[in-house]
Ligand binder design. Structure first.
Ligand code: HEC
Length: 290
């Protein structure tokens, strides 16, 4: 095996091991970064929905209180307002959703799907949890859901969610008497669930991984080419020259010129040693001849 092959094999092995380690490391790192970005996106959307709920509760509902007695205006309901504003947003971002699944909902469209029911049960089972992050696989890829419990935290909620008799008649006219009642003060009745597709952020993460890996491979290829060139110029070529001259001398051809000893490196000192040996040999031969 030539020096060049040995050298290249070792370099290639070192590079492949390094590249594999770098791929594992960068993959973990970029996935973690992407997940953080997805989570903060979901938390931001949840914050936005809660801001709408708060705004409607404190500023719109009081204004519509009188109107409510005559005719039911869902616009005064904080959760209705949050859903409406979000649904508007979803026209531009169809993969993002806000849902308010509730075990016994006023609006039948808030009935929980199987995976939402699991979230509600998990939040009920662990009442100290303020939020829950879950993931599920869909045809469109992984979806991350950020959920918060909906707790009946004030007596006011019970006006509309305890018994049909306590609720405004105008509300009963719209929603009927069968759904959304019997809620208890202090209990968790459902969840607010913001869902964000992971596909976009994960695809971006994978793309940056490819860019990093390709850059590493290019840097390595350039370095390997340079090292090969240096190996050829500084080691292989001079050694071949020394070896060819030494061959000639060993075959008795003393007319060949001396080695070039101008170099200050190891090859230079090897050439000087050869030259010295050759001179000694010539002197010894001459002595013998005499
Ligand atoms: C004035 C009556 C009223 C009051 C007070 C009220 N709600 Fe509601 N709530 C409704 C109506 C009506 C809906 C259905 C809105 C819709 O069509 O989306 C609703 C919807 C909800 C929903 C979505 C699930 C569902 O039932 O469809 C949740 C969760 C909710 N309310 C929780 C609360 C909480 C918590 C409070 C107290 C802070 C509260 N509500 C106070 C009338 C009320």
């Amino acid at each position: 095996m030539t020096l060049r092959i040995k050298f290249n094999l070792v370099m290639l092995a070192a590079f492949l091991v390094g590249l594999a380690l770098a791929a594992v490391f960068f993959n973990k790192f970029s996935e973690r970064t992407a997940r953080k970005a997805i989570l903060s996106e979901a938390a931001l959307m949840m914050g936005q929905a809660n801001a709408t709920i708060h705004y409607t509760d404190t500023q719109i509902s009081p204004l519509l209180a009188k109107q409510m007695a005559v005719q039911f205006v869902p616009q005064a309901i904080p959760f209705f307002a949050a859903q409406q504003t979000f649904d508007h947003l979803a026209k531009d971002f169809p993969d993002y959703t806000l849902r308010q699944p509730t075990l016994n909902p006023t609006n039948p469209s808030d009935r929980p799907l199987a995976w939402e029911a699991d979230i509600i049960q998990a939040l009920i089972a662990e009442p100290t949890l303020t939020s829950l992050v879950t993931e599920r696989d869909t045809e469109a890829g992984k979806i991350l859901s950020y959920s918060r419990p909906v707790k009946v935290d004030s007596q006011e909620c019970l006006t509309c969610h305890s018994t049909p008799e306590a609720a405004p008649p105008s509300m009963i006219d719209v929603y009927g008497r069968n759904n959304g009642f019997g809620w208890k003060l202090g209990s968790i009745v459902g969840a607010e669930v913001v869902s964000v597709p992971e596909r976009v952020a994960l695809t971006q993460a994978r793309q940056s991984l490819y860019v990093i890996m390709t850059s590493l491979a290019i840097v390595f290829a350039v370095m390997l080419a340079l090292l090969n060139l240096m190996l050829h110029m500084f080691i292989i070529r001079p050694v071949r020259r020394v070896s060819a001259l030494a061959d000639e001398v060993s075959l008795g051809n003393m007319a060949v010129p001396e080695f070039d000893t101008s170099g200050t490196d190891e090859i230079g000192s090897l050439s000087r040693s050869f030259n010295r040996m050759r001179r000694s040999l010539t002197a010894a031969l001459r002595l013998l001849e005499e």
